[in-house]
Design a binder for this molecule. Sequence first.
Ligand SMILES: Nc1ncnc2c1ncn2[C@@H]1O[C@H](COP(=O)(O)OP(=O)(O)OP(=O)(O)O)[C@@H](O)[C@H]1O
Ligand SMILES: [Mg+2]
Length: 228
Amino acid sequence: MAFIILENIRKHYEIGDFLVLALDGIDLSIGKNEFVNIQGASGAGKTTLLNIMGSLDKPTSGKVLIDGINIATLTEESLSPWRAVNLGFVFQSFNLISTLTAEENVAIPALLWQENQDDVAKRVTELLDMVQMHERGDHLPMQLSAGEKQRIAIARALMNDPPLLIADEPTANLDAGTATMIIQIFKEIKESGDKTIIIASHDERMAQLATRNLFMNAGKLEEMGEDG
Ligand SMILES: Nc1ncnc2c1ncn2[C@@H]1O[C@H](COP(=O)(O)OP(=O)(O)OP(=O)(O)O)[C@@H](O)[C@H]1O
Ligand SMILES: [Mg+2]
């Protein structure tokens, strides 16, 4: 069975009398360890779709099955432990906690269930090495550049070694050199071969890294062919 199955997902937002149809009947099936990149114009619904696949938002109607579980039916209480084990999410705006250091931010996902502090510290060190931020572990987010914050956010998403990694425009608003570094990190994650990766990105290199490319247009999803 596919790892992720979306069935007729619709999402609309009501702002007074104004109705925005963000997702207009999405059907999608993603296999384990696929690397999916999603492109599409601003407002097409990419973030809405990623948030729903990551259990951060609920669809107006439709089913979201991840590893056989319909996450749309889980309560907020049972979602937290589910997320901690299953999901790493990289936000476009980083969402680091401003009062915690870089290494404390990376350790957050482990706080829920990892008892052994030595194991946590070891994993944090390993991840900071991977994103080349080992010298900045005790710095606060405000002392880091956008690209450095993004690398910390990626390390945090990987903390619990989740089977599913979702990233929303991880190279947007970064300079070319930093974007290249982020692409390289995703290449390494892909090569580790044990994650299902779903990214919204306009970066051609991300599209090339992906094993499957999708295109969103006004709340609908199209598969892109080999010739793009
Ligand atoms: N909280 C919200 N309330 C009302 N409308 C919303 C909300 N979030 C998103 N929308 C609307 O839903 C549609 C899809 O937005 P979404 O953020 O998913 O697009 P996107 O493809 O991620 O765009 P971008 O490339 O600019 O990030 C847009 O028309 C947007 O205005
Ligand atoms: Mg978006």
